[in-house]
Design a protein around this ligand. Structure first.
Ligand code: FAD
Length: 392
């Protein structure tokens, strides 16, 4: 595998690097560094979104005919690598990465015209209403009902673990439109205005004290039939397309490598068994990046990626948790502090013991346990690998 960038790719990298140097404000870099949650707060996420949109690089992973810049897989990787090294905030993912591709792939022209511009300009902030109590890994057993009433559906049920629903004004939602057929066939995909009567959001605080998750209750919410994406009963097909985007699409290696390097700079030099752990994590992250690059090079050459892509989320989750555990140990006693205030940047955070980076270590550690749960648990990933890659 030739890992050297071509002259054109190196020029592109330099262009991205120069843009990040000029356009990424220090307060956004600072906010991203001091985010203990899995997701960044909308204040910094949205500001970064607007900067990228102005440059034409916000929907960098969308195809050109959907409004993306038309980058190759390697260009997307270069962009993500440079962003990771520069320390950019994460983008609000539910809209840009999940429902956006669904809309340009399955939406009507009217839906595309209505939703895609508002997704890009930040007017719509989306949450994902898939999971329910009793329907997470076994998503097809979801029970939220949508009953047709003229040109509306009347939706009743409960969603759970709904990330950032407290900020969202739109919810994309899987609902059961036909309880009589095979579970997968009776599901439809609806777009719900969170301001509709009958929508209630209740917070769930994580073990770390962060408020990222919610329960969403839907009580006879009237949703226009025009807000259904795809045909009635096509929701499962659309959900599978969306989950493939959630689990793949971006590279994990660059962020892990950058985060480990930052930890080394902030909490190092490591001693004793921390050296062994840091070295093992660094090698695993490099190996993951090589694996991801092999896939990207194949994609660039027009070859469909093999079952190798199935392992990346599983391995990335383990490295993520390893880095965040290492941080707690590396900061010593200061790594155990866990103030209740959020976010950790801004005026209202109490003075840290040691440094701000030590102050967020315990919150990060607790939050990163979620990596082996969301987007498909590690146990489910292993089952998929066993079936589809190993042939068991
Ligand atoms: C931080 C975070 C953010 C999330 N954000 C969202 C969101 O925005 N929207 C949304 O819809 N959902 C969201 N989720 C929910 C997530 O998708 C589910 O938690 C996940 O799919 C697991 O479902 P569950 O929690 O119901 O666990 P369960 O499916 O009940 O699983 C419980 C345990 O049993 C194991 N298990 C289950 N079935 C099997 C099996 N067949 N074989 C072996 N082991 C099995 C699991 O691996 C797990 O260890 C989020 C979750 C987290 C942690």
């Amino acid at each position: 595998m030739d890992l050297a960038l071509s002259p054109a790719q190196a020029a592109f990298r330099d262009e991205v690097r120069a843009f990040l140097r000029d356009a990424l404000p220090e307060h956004l870099r600072h906010g991203a560094r001091l985010t203990s949650g899995v997701f960044v707060e909308p204040d910094i996420g949205r500001e970064w979104q607007a900067i990228l949109e102005a440059r034409g690089w916000l929907v960098y992973h969308w195809p050109r005919d959907a409004g993306g810049p038309g980058w190759t897989p390697i260009q997307r990787w270069i962009f993500e690598k440079e962003c990771a090294e520069a320390g950019t905030p994460a983008l609000p993912g539910m809209g840009l990465k999940l429902v956006g591709p669904v809309l340009y792939r399955f939406g009507t022209e009217t839906q595309k015209a209505e939703y895609l511009p508002k997704l890009r300009n930040g007017e719509h902030f989306w949450a994902q209403g898939f999971s329910e109590p009793g329907a997470g890994s076994d998503l097809a057993s979801l029970r939220t009902r949508a009953v047709r009433d003229g040109d509306h559906y009347v939706v009743t049920g409960q969603k759970i673990w709904t990330t950032q629903a407290q900020f969202a004004n739109r919810l994309f939602c899987l609902v059961r439109t036909d309880p009589e057929v095979k579970p997968q066939r009776g599901i439809s995909f609806l777009l719900i205005d969170m301001a509709s009567p009958g929508v209630t959001v209740r917070p769930i605080l994580s073990a770390s004290g962060d408020h990222e998750l919610n329960e969403v209750f839907l009580d006879e919410v009237r949703v226009p039939v025009a807000n259904r994406v795809g045909d009635e009963g096509q929701g499962w097909t659309i959900a599978k397309f969306l989950l493939d985007n959630e689990r793949g699409g971006s590279s994990f290696g660059p962020q892990l490598i950058a985060d480990l390097a930052r930890l080394r700079a902030l909490a190092g030099p490591f001693e004793g068994e921390l050296v062994t752990r840091a070295t093992r994590l660094a090698l695993e992250a490099e190996a993951l990046e090589m694996t991801e690059l092999r896939t990207l090079i194949e994609l660039e050459a027009g070859t469909p990626p093999g079952p190798r892509t199935l392992v990346t989320k599983l391995i990335a989750s383990e490295i993520r948790q390893g880095i965040d555990e290492l941080a707690v140990d590396a900061f010593g006693l200061a790594g155990l502090q866990l103030p209740a205030e959020r976010p950790f940047y801004g005026a209202d955070v109490p003075a840290p013991v040691g440094s701000r980076d030590a102050q967020i270590a315990a919150g990060r550690y607790l939050n990163s346990r979620a990596w082996s749960i969301f987007g498909g648990t590690s146990e489910i990933q292993l089952t998929v690998i066993a079936k589809n890659a190993v042939g068991l």
